[in-house]
Design a protein around this ligand. Structure first.
Ligand SMILES: Cc1ncc(COP(=O)(O)O)c(C=O)c1O
Length: 459
């Protein structure tokens, strides 16, 4: 198409939501009241909300129409049967259990499969996945490749699992490993994709060692499009065919419908074999609800079903992945330390490199998140020293290897103009970075401390 803009949103806007605007003086007062923690801001105080891509996307007219038509029967709802059919056709997995969101699928599955002393390998476990494994007395292990651990190395599949490390682990500890997981795309590692050859290699090892292979498929459609774009041999295959080839390798899928089902709530646990299904459904009845609604309204099942029919559209996926890529290009050109190459659903800025003069104990990620809010009313999420570090007995901070701030991209919600504004804001802050001083903890919460802790700016 000639005259093609940088991002081409493949939708027309039929219903709009007014944005919240504020003055810098108002934002300074609000962030101070929030203890400089953006999680404590009211949504109405935020102009562009990039806190998460989970459940925050815009639904299509077809999704809303299906929601109005939904069948709210307790048992045997038409919407469950339609969703079951869509998921079976898409994944080839015959047993489809609805749950209220992704972590409920994890909790349900691990209640059956994880026991104290177990080790669960993954490329990278998402935080709720790890928390659910640990809740059962198990241990989660991340086996990302060395390339995947380098934030700035340009490589196509930085979400891949280190297959040799998995083989070694299975060789030594096979009896402690109930199953192997693979997260596509790898949220904890920057939304980086996993190649089909890596999925196949992991699946082969699982077969060889007779282990179940579980896909955390939250962003399966984004991963499929990365494969089409980057893996030789897949350029002429459709995202739908590629996604099916990925699913064909797994025994079980956990899924959050808040991502690639384009829905605001919902999740799935799907299985190839019947052996666990009775026990899982019995537990589901105790914790989530009857197996044909699993803690969801009929209209939420309908939204997921329609979303799954829309998400593999190539024009949508092209626009989706291009958005992050375009933003990363602009930031990298301005020398901003952003994780490369772009992932699917978010951009990640390395805050300790953005502010080399701010020591990690003075929380560069909080500094950037607070300043993005003050400058532009933009809400991003610190995933660095505060989220993953600890205060040590001598009062110093342990820091994770990367001090990241994540700008997550809600699906079909913002336009190129909005994203251009975000990019400019980051660049403006970068230009005046030396004038910013950092923060310390005011009140520190011991677990998941990024959610509720408060901070004080250094003078
Ligand atoms: C990779 C991954 N797995 C699991 C989950 C959990 O899903 P939910 O938030 O629906 O519980 C998420 C959510 O962000 C995720 O990104």
């Amino acid at each position: 198409m000639s005259g093609r803009p940088i991002l081409f949103e493949p939708f027309k806007i039929k219903s709009v939501e007014r944005m919240n605007f504020s003055t810098e003086a108002e934002r300074k007062a609000w962030i101070q009241e929030a203890g400089y923690n953006v999680f404590s801001l009211k949504a109405a105080q935020v102009t562009i909300d990039l806190l998460t891509d989970s459940g925050t996307g815009a639904m299509s007219d077809a999704q809303w129409a299906e929601m109005i038509r939904a069948d709210e029967s307790y048992a045997g709802s038409r919407n469950y049967l339609e969703l079951e059919e869509t998921v079976q056709a898409m994944t080839g997995l015959p047993f489809v259990i609805p749950v209220h969101q992704g972590r409920a699928a994890e909790h349900l599955l691990f209640s059956e499969l994880v026991a104290p002393g177990h080790i669960i390998p993954s490329n990278s476990h998402f935080d709720t996945t790890l928390a659910n494994i640990e809740d059962r007395g198990g241990e989660g292990i991340n086996l990302l490749t060395e390339l995947g651990r380098d934030p700035f190395a340009e490589a196509p599949f930085k979400g891949n699992m280190d297959v040799d490390a998995l083989k070694n682990l299975l060789e030594q500890r096979a009896k402690d490993v109930p199953f192997v997981m693979l997260t596509i795309t790898n949220n904890s590692g920057g939304g980086q994709p996993v190649s089909l050859s890596n999925i196949n290699a992991v699946a082969n090892l699982c077969r060889q060692y007779k282990k179940l292979f579980v896909l955390d498929a939250c962003r399966f459609a984004e991963n499929a499009f990365f494969i089409k774009k980057r893996e030789p041999g897949y350029e002429n295959r459709t995202p739908k065919e590629i996604a099916r080839e990925c699913f064909d390798q797994c025994d079980i899928m956990t899924f959050s419908g808040k991502k690639d089902a384009l829905a605001n709530i919902g999740g799935l646990l799907c299985l190839r074999s019947e052996s666990l299904v009775d026990n899982l459904k019995n537990r589901l009845i105790v914790t989530e609800g009857f197996p044909t609604y699993g803690g969801l309204a009929g209209y939420s099942l309908a939204a997921m079903n329609q979303g799954l029919k829309e998400v593999l559209d190539e024009r949508y996926l092209e626009y989706r992945l291009r958005t992050a890529e375009w933003m990363v290009e602009k930031l990298a050109n301005a020398d901003i330390p952003v994780i490369r190459p772009a992932g699917g659903h978010a951009l990640y800025i390395e805050a300790s490199k953005f502010f080399p003069h701010i020591e990690q104990r003075h929380l560069p990620g909080i500094t950037l998140a607070a300043e993005l809010y003050v400058q532009g009313g933009i809400r991003a999420c610190e995933l660095g020293t505060v989220a993953f570090g600890k205060t040590l007995p001598d009062g110093s901070q342990s820091s994770p290897p990367l001090d990241l701030v994540r700008l997550a991209l809600p699906r079909r919600t913002y336009t190129e103009a909005h994203m251009g504004f975000v990019v400019n804001c980051v660049i403006d802050i970068f230009k005046k970075r030396e004038s910013l001083k950092g923060y310390t903890f005011e009140k520190e919460f011991p677990v998941m401390r990024h959610f509720r802790s408060t901070f004080r700016p250094l003078k």
